[in-house]
Design a protein around this ligand. Structure first.
Ligand SMILES: Cc1cc2nc3c(=O)[nH]c(=O)nc-3n(C[C@H](O)[C@H](O)[C@H](O)COP(=O)(O)O)c2cc1C
Length: 436
């Protein structure tokens, strides 16, 4: 027979989620314990099972009351898991600091759980030193969040997505960045080069004062790989009619009416829309951001953008937010734009990749302290994540952009790469029609 140590060592290799099983004492007092033996048994009728050590107090209570609740713990609830496992010495009330709802059977269900079931015991089978309790599920609720707490190798863990096979890039900052450097005349040529290299580039900002006077649209550029920032349906139609592949619309998750306004503006063109959430990493924004992402995904918005213009995101915030957002946005894709002000831009990019992000917004040469497109491409290449871009062309363009002096309108071009004459790049007013 196998010895207990080997049995435990093998089981340690089996990862599980973590629940708190709640139940009632004879006098109606609440009790709870951490359990990872929770399993789904049957869909019709809905049955689940838990295996409890026969000597536990919780075992006595579940057997006596005939009811139990299953509370699925979220990724940041390791402390709750420890407390309900009796691993925190001195804790008298395991429920201290929690809020809960009393279920139909009378068991308490933790408000902070990712999801819960309210169950009545219908079978109890002997299982060695454990009892297998099978419960009929009388009610259940999922919180809508997705990232669970795990237990593996005798340790608490979280899901870390495997690195993807491929990622895509967009550049929403280069045209505006060059304009800010007083080099708007270069923007059309550089934008064309970025598009030709395989990166979607924002060529126009139709929301800008004057209806988009920084807009550039190369006549010969690959239009489907271009986008424009728009403020309303009229501007969106102008951009799409001109052949741009994507329109980008900004949305403030902190403004309750904002989702409805944006959804009305993009009605019928959702798959070609990227909705950019303003300041998504700001404090206390988690709930509005998650609610907004849920609403946009339901409406069929093709892309949800999280640009960190404010430069707030830390690697930890990137992980906390994106794990949830990526799951809620499906089947829509999430594109994240990270800053590099703290020199942690690439660290955050890896964190985002491990949190399920497959689409990035970066800026050529890192203008505006964004993560530099060429650095991101090198990182993805080292990680063996395929990026369908011409990396050499991007490097050359980045070198040219770095040579553009600040606030000094350029008169010549770098010798490294010949650029077409400016006449080949009419401005947005010519392509998109008169500014509105
Ligand atoms: C991650 C984790 C999972 C656990 N899963 C189970 C389980 O499925 N069944 C069990 O009997 N004990 C399990 N335990 C141990 C109980 O939580 C622990 O013995 C607890 O103190 C029992 O509470 P009680 O003595 O108040 O009944 C687990 C502990 C941890 C840390």
């Amino acid at each position: 027979m196998i010895d207990p140590t080997t049995f435990r060592d093998v089981m340690a290799q089996w990862p599980s989620g973590v629940t708190v099983v709640t139940t009632l004492g004879p006098d109606g007092t609440r009790h709870g314990m951490t359990a990872s033996s929770f399993s789904s048994v049957s869909l019709d009728p809905p049955l689940v099972s838990i295996c409890l050590t026969r000597t536990l107090y919780s075992h006595e209570l579940v057997a006596g009351s005939g009811v139990f609740g299953i509370n699925v713990l979220a990724k940041d609830q390791a402390a709750v898991g420890r407390r309900f496992a009796g691993m925190e010495p001195g804790v008298e009330d395991r429920f201290a600091g929690e809020t809960w709802t009393v279920a139909e059977t009378g068991v308490p269900l933790l408000d902070s759980a990712l999801g819960w079931f309210d169950c009545r015991v219908v079978h109890a089978y002997p299982g060695g030193d454990h009892t297998i309790f099978v419960g009929e599920v009388v009610a259940g609720r999922a919180s809508g969040r997705s990232a669970p707490l795990l237990f593996h190798s005798r340790n608490w863990g979280q899901v870390a997505d495997v690195l993807p096979d491929a990622a895509t890039l967009a550049d929403g900052g280069i045209v505006a960045g060059l304009a800010a450097r007083g080099a708007a005349d270069r923007a059309a040529v550089v934008a064309a080069g970025v598009g030709e290299a395989g990166i979607r580039v924002r060529v126009a900002d139709l929301t800008a004062a004057g209806g988009g006077d920084v807009a550039v649209l190369p006549r010969t550029g690959p239009l489907p790989l271009s986008s424009a920032l728009v403020g309303d349906r009229c501007q969106a139609d102008r951009a799409l009619d001109a052949g741009l592949g994507t329109v980008e619309v900004a949305l403030d998750p902190g403004d309750p009416g904002s989702v409805d306004r944006v959804l009305r503006a993009v009605d019928g063109i959702e798959p070609r829309c990227a909705v950019l959430l303003a300041d998504p990493f700001a404090d206390h924004r988690l709930d509005p951001v998650l609610d907004t992402v849920t609403a946009l995904a339901r409406a069929g918005v093709g892309e949800i953008g999280l640009p960190d213009h404010a430069g707030r995101a830390t690697p930890l915030q990137v992980r906390s937010l994106l794990q949830e957002v990526v799951a809620l946005a499906r089947p829509g894709q999430v594109r994240v734009g990270l800053h590099d002000r703290d020199r942690l831009g690439l660290v955050k990019a890896i964190t985002a990749l491990k949190s399920g992000v497959r689409h990035f917004d970066a800026t050529l040469a890192g203008l505006d302290t964004a993560v530099a497109t060429e650095d991101l491409i090198r990182l993805l290449d080292e990680l063996e994540v395929g990026v369908p871009v011409d990396a050499d062309a991007v490097e050359l363009l980045a070198r040219q952009v770095r040579n553009v002096p600040r606030h000094v309108p350029a008169t010549g071009v770098s010798a490294e790469r010949p650029v077409p004459p400016a006449a080949a790049s009419p401005d947005a007013a010519e392509i998109l029609g008169a500014a509105g």
